[in-house]
Design a protein around this ligand. Structure first.
Ligand SMILES: C[S@@+](CC[C@H](N)C(=O)[O-])C[C@H]1O[C@@H](n2cnc3c(N)ncnc32)[C@H](O)[C@@H]1O
Length: 159
């Protein structure tokens, strides 16, 4: 598979996964968390699909497309750990979280996902959903939509 085809599959999986999860959290209380603003593409899709919840966004740097800049109070600019700890300390809970941190180096990305997992667990509402391209620990893996290759995108439910 070419890198272009791989990118198309990744983007399709992201869209289908976000749509699927957004429809499933209607009864779960809490906010939404985007981990990795990047260019802002998945944040833009999240805010289109989830219009009635606060969407927190974490990234170490604000470098997104100008149309995707989050409201200032909802953007936590900094390293993941202290930003997630701040949300925990302030008592915020997430019904839906999208994990999209990463450097594109598989081993490093997997290590980071494992390291941040305990903080994600603490942030989630009971029954809340997490979507991730990296394996996470401490959450129950669930089957996502049939349109997505289960190797490509992972879905988790919080206890
Ligand atoms: C793959 S990009 C996100 C793409 C984005 N979701 C989109 O759709 O455009 C990953 C982002 O995560 C951020 N990031 C990675 N590790 C991080 C960490 N430990 N703390 C804060 N930000 C991090 C990077 O700065 C980068 O912008």
């Amino acid at each position: 598979m070419s890198r272009l085809e791989s990118m198309r599959r990744r983007l399709t999986a992201q869209i289908d996964g976000i749509n699927w999860a957004a429809a499933k959290i209607t009864d779960i209380p809490g906010d939404v968390l985007e981990m990795g603003l990047g260019n802002g593409r998945s944040y833009d899709h999240l805010r289109q699909e989830v219009t009635d919840r606060r969407i927190w966004v974490i990234d170490r740097i604000l470098k997104c497309h100008p149309s995707c800049v989050p409201p200032e109070p909802d953007f936590l600019e900094g390293e993941a750990e202290p930003m997630m700890q701040r949300l925990i300390d302030d008592g915020h809970k997430m019904a839906l979280a999208h994990y999209d941190f990463g450097y594109g180096i598989k081993e490093r990305d997997v290590e980071e996902g494992a390291r941040l997992s305990p903080l994600i667990v603490q942030l989630m509402s009971s029954g809340g959903l997490v979507l991730s391209q990296q394996p996470l620990v401490g959450l129950t893996q669930i089957v996502g939509p049939d349109t997505i290759d289960p190797e490509r995108y992972l879905f988790y439910r919080a206890a």
